[in-house]
Design a protein around this ligand. Structure first.
Ligand SMILES: O=C(O)CCC(=O)C(=O)O
Length: 385
């Protein structure tokens, strides 16, 4: 409640409307029948009620996926990554003058924003998919000049995140949605620190397949959004349930019809630390600047159907546009093998996931220092569609 109040006060004349929007959205989200543990039936298939709810709403909240040890590992990695963040945008050194995280990379990594800004909204960035600019609340006078916002290619910087990527049940779910030969998309961290974390304006993620003859609700894939601290109406992503089925949405029109950026019918992704949301990339979604008191760190990891990426010209949203041939997809998929093995080493009692394309080709992967070095700039091969 305190964060909702703090958030509302940043909206001037709209404070009451914002407070009501946050409260009502939270209530509606909690009434939906799309949350619970990952579960499989006797045949090992994802429980039909999970699939049905995901299909209906376009998102599902898997509860209790990451345990306390795993969350602590991610938190520790986050602390050390933050200590090696560059002093600011474009800098190669930390504030202490040490070489910064990603300074030796050529692919993009840390993206910054003005505190509480909406750097993508209304811009041509990311193929212009963020059609409107959200309200940019005023940050406190002592806020830093720049706020860390998105970390691209995150698995090269965090073994704990790599181990989440190799989570056997999550990979089983990826298989259930996208088939045994599913392919990666990309992996990022969304960093929404209280008082400075930026907004991500309303958008749908897909670019390439809106006009495809084979268009359907799964053609642009989905993201897992694992939550380190949980997610709330104030700091979390909001979605328009069911909008993943309807094709490209005119978001400007939705905002006009809603009378404000508070799009009618949207709900926040509300969950606890250790929960993982599965979110269809075609859903209309976005997040407001984090004017509350709780941080949100999302370990984001996307997956596609192979047919959505094979021999497709990429969108160029997260890296240079290129055609994704079989060789590139295989190379980009190595990180699945490293994730599985890194996880096996840390959690030896789990049964590791078996990825069909590796079984077919007789491939196996070992996570070690050479493998770690091989991940540098791996996100230049992100399968961005
Ligand atoms: O985490 C957020 O605030 C935005 C996430 C998002 O837009 C995405 O994953 O596509």
């Amino acid at each position: 409640m305190e964060s909702i109040e703090a958030c509302a006060t940043h909206y001037g004349d709209d404070a009451d409307a914002m407070r009501e929007f946050l409260l009502a959205g939270h209530e509606r989200a909690m009434e939906l029948d799309n949350r619970g543990p990952i579960a499989f039936d006797d045949q090992g298939n994802l429980e039909p009620h999970i699939l049905a709810a995901y299909r209906k709403y376009g998102f599902y909240v898997f509860t209790g996926v990451l345990n306390a040890d795993e969350l602590k590992d991610i938190d520790d990695d986050l602390t050390s990554m933050k200590m090696s963040f560059p002093a600011g945008p474009g800098e190669k050194l930390t504030a202490d003058g040490a070489p910064a995280l990603g300074a030796d990379c050529t692919a993009p990594n840390l993206v910054w924003s003005k505190p509480l800004g909406d750097p993508l909204g209304g811009s041509a960035l990311a193929n212009g998919r963020h059609q409107v600019k959200l309200h940019e609340p005023k940050a406190a006078a002592n806020a830093p000049e720049w706020a860390p916002f998105i970390l691209l290619g995150s698995l090269q910087f965090s073994e704990a995140c790599l181990r989440v990527y190799g989570h056997p049940q999550l990979l089983e779910v990826a298989e259930a949605i996208n088939g045994k030969d599913f392919s990666p998309f990309n992996e990022t961290l969304f960093i929404k620190e209280p008082g400075i974390g930026a907004a991500v304006s309303w958008h749908q993620d897909g670019t390439t397949h809106w006009d495809s003859e084979a268009f359907d609700e799964d053609i642009h894939g989905f993201n897992f959004m694992a939550q380190l601290y949980g997610s709330t109406a104030v700091n979390g992503v909001w979605v328009l349930p069911g909008s993943h089925k309807v094709g490209k949405v005119d978001i400007k029109k939705l905002v006009e019809e809603s009378g404000s950026e508070r799009i009618k019918g949207t709900v926040p992704l509300v969950c606890d630390a250790g929960d993982v949301i599965m979110c269809n990339r075609q859903l209309v979604h976005g997040s407001f600047a984090n004017t509350g008191f709780e941080p949100r760190i999302t370990v984001n990891m996307g997956f596609h159907r192979r047919s959505s990426v094979l021999d497709v010209m990429g969108a160029g949203t997260h890296n240079e546009a290129q055609v994704f041939d079989d060789t590139l997809i295989s190379k980009r998929s190595e990180v699945i093998g490293y994730g599985i093995d890194a996880r096996r080493q840390r959690f030896p009692d789990e049964t590791p996931y078996k990825y069909q394309p590796f079984l077919e080709k007789g491939l196996s992967y070992t996570w070690n220092s050479d493998a770690k070095a091989s991940l540098r700039d791996y996100n230049a091969m992100d399968l961005s569609i």
